[in-house]
Write a protein that binds this ligand. Structure first.
Ligand code: ASP
Length: 408
């Protein structure tokens, strides 16, 4: 009997978690468990490389073709406005929830900062002021597209593809050959994505094995309350707030939605990268949930890059945690600063593992908290990153479905 792809993915995920626990319990310093961890590490890396290989060609063609076709339907304005409205409002909701929860539970209070002193003194955190952050962000918007693609930079690739899409519309029939070529290229890329899907269960097994096997349980004891607050708030946003929006603004039944996107959610959890997950997310929306190819082609890659609810919420919660840890009471004005900075930081963070950690520095510095505190957060970030990335991807899928249903 051959299992369906979905059943294989679920089996791969559960087996990965179970095997990861076994390796963690066994210890991975030497022997068969060390070898297994190495094999899974290499397997997982290979799988993520495959996803990244197809990512840039997919983003480039889907955006150019999507914009060209949408302009032809004169839908573009509405898609733009709705997508931006959705990104901004859901990110704000997420941060608001995070700030509320962290102020109620106040993790970090009563923890002895001294126990982290060593880690903090060895960290080599680069300073990142708000001005520098904005300057870097703007400087990286428009760059040579060949360079952007070669370096796997998603945002400048999106921007170039948008220009190309608009130019295709302006030129009309005269550019028919290029549009056809891009359309065909896009179809070919999706065919390759289908091939990659075949090994998705193995990739997920390897990645989850490594994730679970390399967790350090002793850290959970010290930082358990903080982790619980982050995980609880993130899951609430992902599994209550966002589904409510899905139910209110679309006709899609939650069960059908989950059936349609579960491959993307498990991939996000395993890779901790919205960008690497994008090819799978796109396929789920287009094939399983029948979203309009052009709307998804535009809204999804943009969302994967700038719409990160889980990341924004994490940045805000972590900043207040650090403040509690060092004994600083942030007043309302400062918390408002954290609110906006966390949103900005999530927009600027690329969809790669632990990207939020880098932009976190800016959030901390904006209210005068020590950037070195990142050293405390880094060792527990793998697990938290996996969960927030899943919610980031979930936000992108629900946004695309809402925009799709309201622009059809
Ligand atoms: N890993 C996250 C993502 O790819 C970004 C982050 O919060 O670090 O969506």
């Amino acid at each position: 009997m051959r299992l369906s792809l979905n059943a294989q993915i679920l089996t791969g995920a559960l087996a990965g978690v179970a095997f990861g626990f076994l390796l963690n319990w066994q210890g991975t310093q030497s022997g068969w468990s060390a070898t297994s961890l190495q094999v899974c590490g290499t397997g997982g890396k290979l799988f993520v490389s495959l996803l990244k290989m197809i990512l840039i060609p997919l983003v480039f063609t889907s955006i150019a073709v999507g914009i060209a076709n949408l302009r032809a339907h004169a839908q573009m304005q509405r898609v733009w406005k709705l997508a931006l409205l959705y990104y901004v409002s859901t990110t704000m909701l997420a941060v608001l929830l995070g700030l509320t929860v962290v102020n109620i539970f106040r993790p970090g209070e009563g923890i002895e900062i001294g126990m982290f002193q060593e880690a903090m003194s060895h960290s080599s955190i680069q300073q990142l002021t708000v001005g520098e952050f904005i300057k870097n962000f703007l400087a990286n918007l428009f760059i040579n597209p060949i360079q952007a693609m070669a370096e796997g930079q998603v945002l400048p690739t999106i921007i170039f593809a948008m220009f190309l899409g608009i130019a295709l519309v302006v030129m009309g029939d005269k550019a028919g050959t290029t549009l056809n070529l891009l359309n065909e290229l896009f179809e070919l890329i999706m065919l390759i994505v289908n091939w990659i899907m075949v090994i998705l269960p193995v990739g997920i097994f390897c990645l989850l094995t490594k994730l679970v096997a390399t967790q350090d349980p002793s850290l959970f004891a010290a930082l358990g309350k903080f982790m619980l607050v982050v995980i609880g708030a993130t899951l609430f946003h992902g599994f209550v707030t966002l589904p409510v929006l899905l139910i209110v603004f679309t006709q899609i039944k939650p069960l059908d939605y989950y059936r349609g996107v579960r491959e993307a959610l498990v991939t996000a959890l395993s890779t901790s990268s919205s960008s690497a997950t994008l090819p799978i997310t796109y396929r789920c929306l287009e094939e399983n949930l029948e979203a309009d190819k052009d709307v998804a082609g535009f809204v999804l890659p943009l969302g994967a890059t700038i719409n990160m609810d889980g990341t924004a919420m994490y940045e805000a919660v972590a900043a207040i945690f650090v403040a509690n840890l060092v004994g600083v009471d942030l007043h309302l004005g400062q918390q408002l600063m954290v609110f906006f900075m966390a949103i900005l930081a999530s927009v600027g963070a690329p969809g790669i593992p632990s990207a939020g950690m880098v932009t976190m520095v800016m959030v901390l510095q904006s209210v005068g908290l020590p950037a070195e505190a990142i050293a405390i957060l880094l060792p527990i970030d793998r697990l938290l990153d996996a969960i927030r990335t899943m919610v980031n991807v979930k936000g992108d899928t629900i946004g695309t479905l809402i925009v799709d249903q309201h622009t059809a």
